[in-house]
Design a protein. Structure first.
Length: 87
């Protein structure tokens, strides 16, 4: 999924103890904000002068059990290829 609309949000709830977000980096990509379980937002820059596909941009341990990750488009284009959940 992707968005170029600042403020656009995607939420995903899962059961596990680790989450990875895989994205592409590119010249027209911007900043992605994310929170886990309503924690403090962290920001990832998805810009790269040269396109790079399938990059792990978020890799976070989470409390074992039910969790929610919220992904927010901050600027330019934000693209999410997929999430990898470890149980």
């Amino acid at each position: 999924t992707y968005s170029s609309e600042p403020g656009a949000v995607a939420k995903y709830s899962f059961t596990g103890n680790r989450v990875e977000v895989i994205s592409d980096l590119a010249p027209n990509h911007g900043e992605l904000g994310y929170t886990i379980n309503s924690g403090k937002e962290k920001i990832v820059n998805l810009y790269s002068a040269v396109r790079r596909n399938g990059v792990v941009v978020i890799e976070e341990p989470v409390p074992a059990g039910f969790n929610t990750i919220t992904l927010r488009c901050i600027s330019n284009t934000v693209l999410i290829d997929y999430l990898k959940i470890t149980r």
